[in-house]
Design a protein around this ligand. Structure first.
Ligand SMILES: *Cc1c(COP(=O)(O)O)cnc(C)c1O
Length: 391
């Protein structure tokens, strides 16, 4: 059972019933957030109850929106390893590095978390067809969960997305539409067809539940670190769903009495070819201006504009975190370093997290005795073409 009570606009705070399908807030066109009865949950849902539960994100089901078990569509997503990176630590002269290995999720990226929740809840609330604009990994994840739920899915991706992303969606039974342009152009074209085709849009943060899937990374880090959060979390940021989700999770867990008030400093890393959040953070802006001519080999970071921009910026400021841009060459170099020290075949986005760590460590922003969690957000397999040149 779930403690879900209602939805609340993250910007204007207007509330909405959670038993029907919503996209953005109809008033101000900002994201809606799922709210729970935290008072009741605090008295009934104890962290000791997690012992012995399934090793997937559904172990936190009371704090997830799906009401009925038959709508919990699962491929084993979540509860991924949090690995202490001993050999990498030795290599970089720092003792406190951990890697949250999201590449082992279904469809090989953490997009599985968000889409497992979005598709499950959309099915529960009566959606009959699903649509998504994606830079690559989200499309594969939607294809998988839509297949499992028996719902037709259409995915819109940039025409220049690497072939494995296209192949994966086709193999999973989705209809693939390739668009000349970036994910923002895909979003525009997908949106124009929604009504006529009767499709529900599961764009990130344009529906409330992908965030709920990704917030479980915050629950897991707390549980896996024995309810003591790290000092710093470095997150490769596109739409920012995971970063915003973890920040929400920490607040919920404090209300549940599972953790104290200490929070990690949250770090956004982006590519210097597409760094709208880094620029907005440096300018102290509330919203981010769209990035022109976005280019990066890290497909998950090729997001020139994010609907949840203000939520990412709020989490960075409230946590006393920061935002860092790294080059594609730095990402790939860092990915090789993780590979040969830790045995993990990581995505360029995972490499970006280590490259950002190296920058912040060099600036003294991260201190000797701190603990740092790096996110490897996806496996390297769909990006194999990036690792065929010289290392
Ligand atoms: C989507 C994606 C990201 C960015 O995730 P957001 O939560 O949207 O910021 C990072 N890495 C990979 C591999 C991705 O697929």
């Amino acid at each position: 059972m779930s403690y879900l009570t209602h939805l609340e606009c993250a910007y204007c705070r207007k509330t909405y019933a959670s038993d029907q399908l919503w996209n953005l807030c109809p008033e101000c066109h900002k994201p809606l957030l799922a709210r729970y009865d935290l008072v009741k949950a605090a008295s009934e849902f104890r962290k000791e109850m997690l012992a012995g539960r399934e090793p997937t994100l559904w172990r936190y089901r009371e704090m997830l929106p799906v009401q009925e078990e038959r709508y919990r569509f699962s491929l084993g997503e979540g509860f991924t390893p949090l690995l202490y990176a001993a050999r990498l630590c030795r290599e970089v002269g720092f003792a406190g590095l951990y890697i949250k290995e999201e590449g082992v999720n279904p469809t090989t990226s953490f997009k599985a978390r968000g889409l497992a929740l979005a598709v499950s809840r959309a099915a529960e609330l009566g959606a009959t067809a699903l649509s998504i604009p994606s830079a690559g990994n989200a499309a594969g994840a939607l294809s998988a969960y839509a297949a499992l739920a028996g719902l037709p899915a259409v995915v819109f991706m940039p025409r220049d997305v690497p072939e494995p992303f296209i192949a994966e969606c086709r193999a999973l039974g989705a209809r693939v539409r390739l668009i000349d342009g970036l994910i923002t152009d895909c979003g525009r074209i997908a949106a124009a067809e929604l009504q006529k085709e009767g499709r529900f849009d599961v764009s990130t943060l344009k529906e409330p539940y992908r965030l709920e899937g990704k917030k479980t990374m915050g629950y897991e880090i707390a549980e896996q670190m024995n309810w003591k959060l790290p000092d710093v979390i470095i997150y490769p940021t596109g739409g920012g769903t995971g970063l915003v989700g973890m920040w929400k999770a920490f607040r919920e867990m404090e209300a549940l009495g599972w953790i104290g008030s200490k929070r990690p400093r949250m770090v956004t890393v982006q590519s210097d070819g597409c760094a709208p959040m880094v620029r907005a953070f440096e300018e102290g802006a509330e919203f981010a201006e769209p990035w022109q001519d976005a280019h990066t080999l890290a497909d998950g970071l090729r997001v020139p504009a994010a609907v949840g921009d203000f939520l990412i910026l709020r989490a960075l400021h409230e946590s006393r975190g920061t935002a860092v841009a790294v080059s594609d060459a730095e990402m790939i170099r860092a990915a090789y370093l993780i590979g040969r020290t830790q045995g993990l075949f990581v995505s360029p986005e995972g490499g970006a997290a280590l490259a950002a760590f190296q920058k912040l460590r060099g600036q003294g922003w991260i201190k000797d005795d701190e603990t740092v969690v790096l996110f490897n957000t996806g496996s390297g397999h769909k990006y194999a073409h990036l690792y065929l040149g010289d290392s």
